[in-house]
Design a binder for this molecule. Structure first.
Ligand SMILES: Cc1cc2nc3c(=O)[nH]c(=O)nc-3n(C[C@H](O)[C@H](O)[C@H](O)COP(=O)(O)O)c2cc1C
Length: 154
């Protein structure tokens, strides 16, 4: 079946179990799975559905070899699949992040300011955060990316 881009709702996000076999049927180039991949089970499932391999983000950050502050690894180890939030949706710049006090503050601002929100309103929670988190270990200093697969780090 050919893809019908015009009929596809722009905001639709396909679950991996739908996307991978569909990609395998449609694409003539190799592709990898990504998002929620964590271990050998993820790889076997990805290969079974037609991918050539998989990409891991969150899971690799919690490895001994990852050059990030140990506080980040401990935060991931302590997290469950319920501990992420989607932020910056009103700014059309959605990011899934590990929840913390800064993220809760950010979400309160989003709820209060609604569609009128500007980047400047949330800059304290999102700008310049990564060096503070990843290098200095200040894991509550702002919003930083984390997949729902954090729980599999345990
Ligand atoms: C710390 C961190 C930073 C990331 N930064 C970006 C980014 O700047 N832009 C982007 O498109 N994706 C970013 N991602 C998403 C990854 O590129 C990747 O798609 C995702 O982590 C894969 O899902 P997983 O974390 O469940 O393995 C980031 C992920 C993490 C964990």
């Amino acid at each position: 079946m050919a893809l019908n881009a015009a009929a596809t709702p722009v905001k639709m996000i396909f679950p991996t179990f739908i996307l991978l076999p569909r990609a395998a049927d449609e694409l003539e180039i190799p592709f990898v799975s990504s998002g929620g991949m964590a271990d050998g089970r993820s790889l076997v499932a990805s290969l079974a559905m037609g991918a050539e391999g998989m990409n891991m983000g969150t899971r690799f950050i919690a490895t001994k070899e990852a050059p990030v502050h140990d506080n980040v690894k401990q935060a991931l180890l302590a997290a469950t699949e319920l501990d992420t939030r989607l932020v910056m949706r009103p700014l059309r710049n959605t990011e899934r992040v590990l929840t913390n006090t800064a993220v809760e503050r950010l979400l309160e601002k989003e709820a209060a300011l609604g569609k009128g929100i500007k980047f400047e309103d949330i800059a304290p929670e999102v700008a310049g955060v990564y060096p503070k988190v990843m290098m200095d270990g200040e894991v509550d200093s702002g919003a930083w990316s984390c997949g729902m697969v954090a729980w599999l780090d345990q």
